[in-house]
Design a protein around this ligand. Structure first.
Ligand code: F0G
Length: 425
C-alpha cells in the first residue's frame, strides 16, 4: 500500500509522514491512496479478517481496512474501535415512514462517537511522525476522543472548546482523560481558528478533521457498513453534517470503493444540517456557486458550526455521489431523538438529525418506497444528558418526566393503576 498527500488548492505533493495538517498555502491536504491490490483481493482479505480474526488489527473495525488508511509499517494505537452495530427497529421505521431503514450506531465506539475511527489513525500518524503534543478545537466529541487516545499514547493534549456550549458528557470525558481543557470565549469556528494558529506556531499536531488522517479513519464507517451488508450498497446513506469532515470522508470512501470495484453502484449521500446552522445547505440550494458563513444556533451543539472547514471536500462528495443536502429544525431533531431514545437505542441530538433528515426526504418523496436507507447515528445518548432532562421536563407528547413519591406502597399502586398497560411490563 502507499499514499501521498496532495494539496486540494495548489496541488503540492507532500510525503505521508509530513507533520503538516494542512498545506503551507492554507489548502487542505488529501491522502491519495494507491493500493497495490484489486478490490476483489482486498474484499476477500477484509472478509477473512472479520471471519477469522486478525492479530494486526487487534479487533479494530478501523484497522481491518488498513490497506486503505495509513501507509507504512509499524504498530498502531488502537483502543480498539469500530465494529459498530447496524440496527433495525420497527418504531423508528414507522416514524420515518419507511421500512427499509437501518441505523449504523457510531455511538458504540469506545468514547461514544464516530470520532474514535479518525482519531486512532491520526494519533498513530502523530506518533510515527514524532509529535509529542496534540491539539484540537471541538464541539465536544473530537476533544473527548482525542483526550482518550492521547492518554493511551502518552501525548500531551490541548483542547479548545466554546465556553458554555459543550454537552456535559463530552466535557467530563476531556477532563477525566486528562486533556488540558481550554474553555474559549468564542464559538466553534473561533476555537478552530485559534487551534490552527496555536498548532502552527507552537509545533503541536492538529487533530481536527482538516487533518487528512482523520478523514482516512472515518472512511471505515462506510467500508464497515458495506461489509455488514455483504458489500451490497444501500440506495441512500444519511449523515448529520457540521464541520463536514464526515461528509467528506464518506464521499472519499465511496469514491475509492467504486474505483476499486468494491461497489457495484454508488449510493447517494445525504448531508443533514440543523436549520440554525446550515451554511452548507444554503450553498447547496444555490448550486454550490457560493460558500456561506453563518452565526450558528442549534440545540444540537455538536453541529453548531457556521463556517465548515471541509466545505470544498464535501461539495465534491455530494457531487460525486449524486447526493443532496437538507436541513431540519431543532423541533424535528428533538422529536426524532425522542423516538430513537424510546426504541431503547438512544443517540445525541446531532445524530437524530440523520433520522429527521431521512423522514423529511421520505415525506418529500425523494427517498422512494423500497429503497434502502442507512442513517448514521454519530454519538451516544449519554453524551448530552442535559438535552434529555430538558426535553422530558417540558410539555410535549413524547415526554416521560420522573415522578417524586413518598416511600409508601399506596403511592406506587396509585401510579401503577394510572400507568395502565405500561405498569404491567
Ligand atoms: N455528529 C456528532 C455527534 C458530532 O460530534 C459531529 C461533529 C457531527 C455529527 C458532524 O460531523 O463535523 O464531520 O460534519 N463534531 C465535531 C466535534 C465538530 O468537535 O466533536 P462533521
Amino acid at each position: 500500500m502507499s499514499a501521498t498527500l496532495v494539496c486540494a488548492s495548489c496541488g503540492a505533493v507532500l510525503p505521508p509522514l509530513s507533520r503538516r495538517s494542512s498545506c503551507a498555502c492554507g489548502g487542505l491536504l488529501d491522502a491519495v491512496q494507491q493500493p497495490r491490490e484489486t478490490g476483489r483481493t482486498l474484499r476477500a482479505r477484509f472478509d477473512s479478517r472479520l471471519r477469522d480474526g486478525d492479530r494486526a488489527s487487534q479487533g479494530s473495525g478501523v484497522w481491518r481496512f488498513r490497506e486503505l488508511l495509513l501507509p507504512g509499517r509499524g504498530s498502531v494505537l488502537t483502543h480498539p474501535e469500530g465494529r459498530t452495530p447496524l440496527f433495525r427497529r420497527d418504531s423508528i421505521a414507522r416514524f420515518v415512514g419507511h421500512d427499509e431503514l437501518a441505523l449504523k450506531h457510531e455511538g458504540h465506539n469506545p468514547t461514544g462517537s464516530f470520532k474514535d475511527r479518525g482519531m486512532t489513525v491520526a494519533v498513530t500518524h502523530a506518533l510515527r511522525s514524532g509529535a509529542s503534543a496534540v491539539a484540537c478545537a471541538s464541539t465536544g466529541n473530537t476533544s473527548a476522543s482525542m483526550a482518550a487516545y492521547a492518554a493511551q499514547a502518552g501525548l500531551a493534549a490541548f483542547v479548545f472548546v466554546p465556553a458554555g456550549w459543550v454537552a456535559t458528557g463530552k466535557l467530563a470525558q476531556a477532563l477525566a482523560y486528562g486533556a488540558r481543557t481550554l474553555l474559549v470565549n468564542a464559538d466553534f469556528d473561533g476555537c478552530l481558528a485559534l487551534a490552527r494558529e496555536a498548532s502552527e506556531r507552537l509545533g503541536i499536531a492538529l487533530l481536527n478533521s482538516i487533518n487528512p488522517w482523520r478523514i482516512e479513519g472515518q472512511k471505515t464507517i462506510v467500508f464497515e457498513l458495506l461489509q455488514q451488508r455483504g458489500w451490497e450498497p444501500p440506495d441512500w446513506i444519511v449523515v448529520p453534517a457540521g464541520n463536514l469532515g464526515n461528509t467528506a470522508a464518506f464521499g472519499k470512501a465511496l469514491g475509492e470503493a467504486r474505483a476499486l470495484g468494491l461497489l457495484r453502484r454508488m449510493p447517494r449521500l445525504v448531508a443533514v444540517q440543523a436549520t440554525g446552522a446550515s451554511p452548507f445547505y444554503r450553498s447547496y440550494r444555490g448550486g454550490f456557486a457560493k460558500r456561506y458563513r453563518v452565526r450558528a444556533e442549534t440545540v444540537a451543539t455538536a453541529i453548531r458550526i457556521g463556517d465548515p472547514a471541509s466545505h470544498d471536500r464535501a461539495v465534491r462528495a455530494i457531487r460525486e455521489t449524486r447526493g443532496l443536502v437538507t436541513a431540519v429544525s431543532d423541533r424535528e431533531i428533538l422529536e426524532a431523538k425522542a423516538v430513537v431514545d424510546a426504541a431503547g437505542i438512544g443517540c445525541e441530538p446531532a445524530s437524530a438529525a440523520a433520522v429527521a433528515g431521512a423522514r423529511r426526504l421520505v415525506r418529500e418523496r425523494v427517498i422512494r418506497k423500497g429503497q434502502s436507507v442507512v442513517a448514521v447515528l454519530t454519538g451516544h445518548l449519554l453524551k448530552d444528558p442535559g438535552a434529555v432532562m430538558d426535553f422530558h421536563s417540558r410539555p410535549g407528547a413524547r415526554r416521560n418526566p420522573p415522578v417524586t413519591i413518598e416511600p409508601r406502597l399506596a403511592e406506587v399502586e396509585r401510579l401503577l393503576s394510572r400507568a395502565g398497560g405500561r405498569g404491567g411490563a
